[in-house]
Write a protein that binds this ligand. Structure first.
Ligand code: MG
Length: 182
């Protein structure tokens, strides 16, 4: 998507495209994120339609709050990979220091768009590191790689999607009808 690089506000469609491209450039697809959300929510909700999980993941990627966190978090990882930050924060971020915690703060803030359940779901993914989150975490340990913020961002988007799916199914159950969009 061609975007005018002098502007600083974007349509939801543009934010979605920019987020999708940026995540893909870091090896993360929408399907990777939706798989985590699907696996998590399947523990609580029966017979989930995977299309609703994919649609939820796409929707979250179009929100401004998510956009700024995704773009800034990935930017910091990339700068750390290129050794472009200053000491001491370069060393702290590049080594993914466990006591740093601001990467989890980005994740929690993003997940908080879906309330307490969103944050709880993020905590579960952060601790158990399913699928792509674990892959990113391991790959980030390589000398020329930094996924300090990316693993939390991916976990948080999945937590939001998982929570949105729960909301849709709850609403369906209440009204005994097809999925309602939020
Ligand atoms: Mg992290």
């Amino acid at each position: 998507m061609e975007i005018d690089k002098t502007k600083n506000i974007f349509s939801r469609e543009e934010m979605f495209e920019l987020n999708k491209e940026r995540l893909e450039s870091r090896g993360v697809t929408i399907d990777d994120i939706a798989q985590i959300a699907y696996k998590q929510q399947s523990k609580f909700t029966k017979d989930i339609d995977y299309e609703i999980v994919l649609e939820s993941t796409r929707k979250i990627l179009s929100y401004a709050d998510a956009f700024h966190i995704i773009q800034l978090g990935i930017e910091i990882d990339e700068l750390a990979e290129k050794e472009m930050l200053s000491y001491p924060i370069q060393a702290v971020i590049k080594t993914d220091l466990g006591l740093f915690g601001l990467d989890e703060l980005f994740g929690l803030e993003l997940a908080g768009n879906y309330g307490i359940i969103g944050k709880t779901n993020f905590g579960d993914i952060d601790v158990n590191k399913p699928a792509k989150v674990n892959e990113l975490n391991e790959e980030g340990k390589k000398p020329n790689k930094c996924h300090t913020f990316l693993d939390d961002i991916v976990g948080a988007i999945a937590a939001c999607a998982s929570t949105r799916v729960a909301q849709i199914y709850k609403e369906m159950e209440t009204h005994h009808k097809g999925p309602k969009q939020f």
